[in-house]
Design a protein around this ligand. Structure first.
Ligand code: HEM
Ligand SMILES: *[C@@H]1O[C@H](CO)[C@@H](O)[C@H](O)[C@H]1NC(C)=O
Ligand SMILES: *[C@@H]1O[C@H](CO)[C@@H](O)[C@H](O)[C@H]1NC(C)=O
Ligand SMILES: *[C@@H]1O[C@H](CO)[C@@H](O)[C@H](O)[C@H]1NC(C)=O
Ligand SMILES: *[C@@H]1O[C@H](CO)[C@@H](O)[C@H](O)[C@H]1NC(C)=O
Length: 590
């Protein structure tokens, strides 16, 4: 009897404590991480305490209070005076007389400096998080095989995939692409962007966007994290040495029909991504392993190879004592700056000046780390047309992709002329991605979920933009916004990449406000954060003396092409004006 009651007593105690344990367990998983609410405003940092508490770190945000929402006095003054991005955009694109005056005074440099620093300062530097670490630590800083991140991942234990808002399940990526992104009719960019720009953008960015096995942690093979010309010289020393002639600083090349082209993989044995059906003698060996994909990419590879070897000749003439190594290394620096310069021209339609000395008087970190968000943002596949018009012929995708003979068949001149003439697609506004690349868009969305990218509105805030209050405000129309509302449930659950693609475009523009306001900071930080732009490097001796510095300071897209071709085609990042008559200009104009 006694034994029985003893057993009973202990069993009930055991059961009681067990149920208590489970209750506790249940409670833990029921309490959402309070940081899932993204409570901290104005760049404040959310730190979880205990189970259901949090603290916002408002240090140096200019705000204080529980959620960093109360502005300090000077913040209030500053906020009152600061015009909105759209007002700034309006001023920048109107009032020609005003700009004429500013352009002639010291105000121009002051303004340029302001634009550069305000934009670049939006990018955390030194870099902060990555896709594994949502808090600062040494591994996240020092392990450069990760892309960095501007915002930490969505916490793991949130009620909904995007935090606390929106449906418990995100819409099917395939459905999103088919409904909102896939092209119905080709919509040309109203700003007149052409394929010459599209391929430049792709060529340029693939030196630092080199995602390494898409495993969900956001690794990159581009360890230079910026403009290092790794797409020309290879991203490892072994690859570089294989691509080099090891004579006079030059790169290996081959001559076909009297023209210089990259060597085949038989002569420069580097790994390239070609289909197995491409014979080896037709596989071009290029710094970036995927550049056999498109004739537009191998065309730029050819131009840069010719330019590198041309610069080597000039340097060797000025410095007969220099050996191969110094000629190569110095030419590479010159090539990097020309890339920077030309990219700068292309990114901003304002007549901005690429002048590193502008920043010498301000505090500026000469370092850069490529971010996952920058990679996502730059998937500009709507630029691609339905087919390609070259020299009076119409070429469909199956004949274009991985077709190495297009480059040598037409030659650089005719390709430049064709790509400079043919319109590229408008990037923003939705429904403008060619089916050939629709899978890529799907992949971007899938990846962003694996990487737990925060909602678009959180990025709006991070870049000092007002979060959108509805889907209608985001897209500026009725139909898509209704469907999006249904699929996502809440505007605060809208995802980063689809939002960039679907945001209403500015009138007559290639994309909307967010692409510019988020893209420009990454871009400018990347260009100006290059060590070559630092006071220590930016001087003639770095570039082989006055001759090299002169090349650097007078670079242009037209020179890149026409100093390396037999005749000078129409070359621009814009389609020619309607009344343009083709005439090849003499080289003396350069
Ligand atoms: C017909 C032309 C194009 C084709 C066939 C194409 C195809 C692809 C493919 C297959 C990927 C890899 C996707 C993955 O790994 O999941 C990719 C990535 C990418 N593409 Fe394109 N693309 C084209 C044009 C462009 C253009 C014009 C841009 C403009 C900048 C661009 C920007 C990117 C970026 C940023 C990535 C990510 C690269 C990385 O993270 O490694 N692409 N593209
Ligand atoms: C701070 O944010 C939390 C979560 O969004 C909210 O519940 C709370 O009321 C806010 N506190 C203040 C003082 O606004
Ligand atoms: C600004 O002035 C320079 C000469 O100082 C001129 O070359 C340039 O075209 C002007 N730019 C604008 C936008 O007026
Ligand atoms: C970077 O992190 C990854 C994943 O933890 C690891 O495999 C790799 O060895 C690290 N690289 C370096 C250079 O520490
Ligand atoms: C590659 O391009 C050339 C030149 O336009 C063309 O004659 C050939 O048919 C194309 N090859 C393939 C496999 O489509």
């Amino acid at each position: 009897m006694e034994v029985l009651s003893f057993l009973l007593k202990w069993t009930s105690i055991l059961l009681l404590s067990l149920s208590w344990c489970f209750a506790e367990e249940g409670q833990i998983s029921n309490i959402a991480n309070p940081c899932c609410y993204y409570p901290c405003q104005n760049q404040g940092i959310c730190v979880r305490y205990g189970l259901d508490k949090y603290e916002c770190d408002c240090t140096r945000t200019g705000y204080y209070g529980e959620n960093c929402t109360t502005p300090e006095f000077w913040t209030q003054v500053y906020r009152f005076l600061k015009p909105s991005p759209d007002v700034i955009h309006y001023i920048l694109t109107h009032f020609d007389w005003l700009w004429d005056i500013i352009n002639r005074t010291f105000l121009r440099d002051w303004l340029m400096r302001k634009v550069l620093t305000v934009r670049a300062n939006l990018i955390p530097s030194p870099p902060t998080y990555n896709s594994r670490y949502d808090y600062l630590n040494w591994e996240a800083y020092s392990n450069i095989t990760y892309y960095t991140r501007i915002l930490p991942p969505v916490p793991q234990d949130c009620p909904t995939p995007m935090g606390t808002k929106g449906n418990t399940k995100l819409p099917d990526p395939k459905l999103l692409v088919e409904k909102f992104l896939l092209r119905r009719n080709f919509r040309p960019d109203p700003q007149g962007t052409n394929l010459m720009f599209a391929f430049f953008a792709q060529h340029f960015t693939h030196q630092f966007f080199k995602t390494h096995n898409r495993v969900g942690l956001g690794f990159t093979k581009g360890l230079g994290h910026g403009v290092d010309a790794g797409h020309i010289y290879g991203d490892t020393l072994d690859r570089q040495l294989e691509l080099r002639l090891l004579k006079d600083g030059k790169l290996k090349y081959q001559v076909l029909k009297g023209e210089i082209y990259p060597p085949s993989v038989l002569d420069a044995q580097v790994k390239m991504s070609y289909p197995p059906t491409t014979p080896e003698h037709q596989q071009l060996a290029i710094g970036q392993e995927v550049f056999g994909l498109l004739p537009g990419l191998s065309m730029y590879a050819t131009l840069w190879l010719r330019e590198h070897n041309r610069v080597c000749d000039i340097l060797k003439q000025a410095h007969p004592t220099w050996e191969d190594e110094q000629l190569f290394q110095t030419s590479r620096l010159i090539i990097i700056v020309i890339e920077d310069y030309v990219q700068h021209l292309s990114g901003y339609r304002l007549k901005l000046r690429f002048d590193p000395t502008l920043l010498f008087t301000s505090h500026f970190q000469y370092q850069n780390r490529i971010a996952v968000e920058f990679n996502q943002l730059y998937h500009w596949h709507p630029l691609m047309p339905n087919s390609f018009n070259i020299d009076g012929e119409n070429i469909e995708y199956p004949q274009f992709i991985f077709n190495t003979s297009i480059l040598t068949h037409y030659g650089v001149e005719k390709l430049v002329e064709a790509f400079s003439t043919q319109p590229a697609g408008q990037i923003g506004g939705g429904n403008n991605i060619h089916p050939v690349v629709s899978r890529v868009a799907e992949g971007v969305i899938v990846e962003s979920r694996e990487l737990r990218l925060q909602p678009f509105n959180e990025y709006r805030k991070k870049f000092n933009l007002k979060p959108y209050s509805s889907f209608a405000e985001l897209t500026g129309e009725e139909k898509m916004s209704k469907e999006l509302e249904e699929l996502y449930g809440h505007i605060d659950a809208m995802e980063f990449y689809p939002a960039l693609m679907l945001e209403k475009t500015r009138p007559g523009a290639i994309f909307g406000q967010s692409m510019v306001e988020m893209g420009a900071p990454f871009s400018l930080k990347g260009l100006m954060g290059n060590p070559i732009c630092s006071p220590e490097y930016w001087k003639p001796s770095t570039f082989g003396g006055r001759i090299g510095f002169e090349i650097v300071n007078s670079a242009s897209l037209k020179k890149l092409v026409c100093l390396n071709t037999k005749w000078c085609p129409y070359v621009s990042f814009h389609r020619p004006p309607a009344d343009y008559k083709q005439q090849s200009s003499p080289h003396s104009e350069l």
